[in-house]
Design a protein. Structure first.
Length: 122
């Protein structure tokens, strides 16, 4: 039997968080939607959204508002949550748009930063 490897294709780490965002776009029926969702994991180039009612599919483009910033994202994959009534959606930011939560990532402690600060205090 061959070796099974678990590859993570992400180019950057995701930061666990819980940001309230507004998502808009067109669902699979061609109807416009605008609704709140949660960005559970974020990076400069993408996020995992939860709590969506809109029916989406891979390749769809949606817009996200966070604070006063907005950006367009392409849907990478879609799954239903454990209850089967809301959607989990992985999205990847369109290259031309600025990351709407970049300042949130700047606030996150960097690996080793706490250790470096503790060393400086000694």
């Amino acid at each position: 039997m061959g070796i099974v490897r678990n590859f993570d294709r992400r180019r950057e780490p995701r930061t666990p968080t819980d940001l309230l965002v507004m998502v808009w776009g067109m669902d699979t029926k061609g109807e416009r939607f605008l609704q709140e969702a949660r960005a559970r994991e974020i990076s400069l180039s993408g996020a995992l959204l939860s709590g969506l009612d809109a029916d989406l599919r891979s390749g769809d483009v949606v817009g996200l508002f966070y604070g006063k910033k907005k950006a367009r994202f392409r849907v990478v994959w879609v799954r239903y949550d454990e209850n089967g009534d809301k959607m989990l959606v992985a999205v990847h930011r369109m290259q031309a748009d600025e990351c709407p939560w970049e300042h949130e990532l700047d606030r996150q402690p960097q690996p080793g930063a706490l250790h470096d600060q503790e060393s400086a205090d000694l």
